[in-house]
Design a protein. Structure first.
Length: 457
């Protein structure tokens, strides 16, 4: 009976090869999409964290930051693992079920987002690829349909990594995606998809570039409205900032320039001082604080220590703060800064560098490196006499990313190779050995009637 079932399944596979072809294509396409989505979220954990908070604020569900951050790491890890499982055929049924469970949440959520438009974009691909809310919904409809097909047919096509080694693929994939996520959270994203990557200038060199215009979204008593920058509502009257979206842009800059300017205002927020602060200053350490209320008092000690080191090495330092995110005057009294203070929109600060606080090194207005303040080693600038080049305070993360990708690819290639060896052994076994193997494993039903009668006699 088992041999009969096997022959039937093989014959069906040969009679309907298009089912296998479609299943393979869908498995590769959906798997690659899940891998890409999980990877770009893990690359920029801070961006995913900010997007999560936008969703939660729109839903009126405030959550502790640590819990939100855990959810971000969990989401990108699950997405990446489901994609890898589909691509390599690991846990063929379970992977599809997990993917469908994920889409059962995302499909109605993205429909609500497309209809009510509470956020500018869904953030499903981070800053790497921004698509409209309706495009996101229809994308999820297609993915759900593909997963329904795979739920029926995915187990009928073979796995690339055999079950004996699939648990190793789980560990390797989880370690890889968590490692790049931790690097992006603790230091900076390993790939910068934002408007201000390293090597670009923060201020346009073209006189006709005026930068973009924005509509700012505020909410009060359940009512959401959009305002222009010159007509922002008074937060003391109960209006709460939600998000902003770009409605127009100036001319495109050159290759060594950001896609738009970074706007720096004076400490009172009344005058644009971008060119004065950023350009023609040599090396400038720019401290960025996108959220005053989340900066602890202990942080000011390290900030002042960094300023002392910069001053002793003839480097300028300035702080750019989002004033509406906390009590600026209270923070000034607490930190007693001796460096220059400026203000900017919290969204722009977050786009320039991740972390709270973050530090950016500018050289003649161009970005040299970025880092969170916590990632800077205190021992490197603890003493003003420390002999350390300012450009060497932060190492390039490209080497870490390249090594991580190479190690991960080699590990997955090894799992595929050792999964293929037994199959190749069976395929190239000599003909005589195959016949001997088949006879030794012949089922009891194949014994002839005459032999059976002779044995019973």
């Amino acid at each position: 009976m088992p041999s009969l079932q096997l022959s039937n399944s093989v014959s069906k596979g040969w009679r309907f090869p298009w089912i296998s072809i479609v299943t393979w294509c869908l498995r590769i396409a959906v798997g690659a999409l899940f891998v890409y989505s999980g990877f770009v979220k893990a690359i920029d954990v801070w961006g995913s964290f900010y997007k999560f908070n936008e969703y939660l604020n729109a839903l009126g569900m405030p959550v502790y930051d640590n819990l939100t951050l855990t959810g971000v790491f969990g989401l990108c890890t699950v997405e990446f693992l489901v994609g890898i499982f589909l691509l390599f055929g690991c846990y063929r049924r379970s992977a599809v079920i997990v993917g469908l469970a994920f889409m059962c949440v995302m499909l109605p959520l993205t429909l609500w987002i497309a209809i009510s438009d509470p956020v500018a974009d869904c953030g499903c691909f981070g800053d790497a690829l921004i698509i409209s809310n309706w495009a996101t919904f229809w994308k999820n409809v297609i993915i759900t349909s593909a997963l329904m097909w795979l739920l029926k047919y995915n187990t009928r096509v073979p796995c690339i990594i055999t079950p004996a080694f699939q648990w190793m693929a789980v560990i390797a994939s989880a370690l890889f995606v968590i490692a790049i996520g931790l690097y992006g959270y603790l230091i900076q994203p390993l790939i910068d998809f934002r408007p201000f990557p390293a090597g670009t200038s923060l201020v346009s060199e073209e006189s006709d570039y005026n930068g973009p215009e924005y509509l700012f979204t505020y909410t009060r008593n359940g009512v959401t409205k959009e305002f222009r920058a010159d007509n922002l509502p008074d937060e003391e009257q109960g209006w709460e900032y939600v998000s902003r979206r770009e409605i127009s842009a100036g001319s495109m800059p050159n290759d060594n320039q950001s896609s738009r300017d970074f706007t720096v205002m004076d400490v009172n927020g009344t005058e644009n001082v971008s060119e004065i602060v950023i350009t023609d200053r040599g090396d400038l350490l720019m401290l960025l604080i996108p959220s005053l209320k989340d900066v602890s008092a202990a942080t000011t000690y390290k900030i002042n220590m960094l300023y002392d080191w910069a001053e002793s090495h003839d480097n300028d330092m300035a702080a750019v703060i989002a004033p509406h995110t906390g009590d600026l005057n209270k923070w000034i009294d607490l930190s007693m800064p001796r460096y220059e203070l400026y203000t900017a929109e919290d969204t722009e600060i977050k786009e320039l560098a991740r972390g709270n606080p973050a530090v950016v090194l500018l050289r003649d207005g161009k970005i040299v490196w970025k880092s969170t303040l916590t990632a800077l080693d205190e021992e490197q600038f603890k003493s003003p006499e420390t002999n350390m080049n300012i450009a060497g305070l932060v190492t390039d993360g490209k080497d870490f990313l390249n090594r991580s990708i190479c190690i991960y690819i080699l590990a997955m290639a090894l799992f595929v190779l050792i999964s293929t060896v037994p199959r190749l052994t069976k395929l190239f076994r000599p003909l005589g050995s195959k016949e001997k193997y088949n006879k030794s494993h012949e089922p009891a039903e194949s014994v002839s009637h005459d032999d059976k009668v002779r044995h019973e006699g």
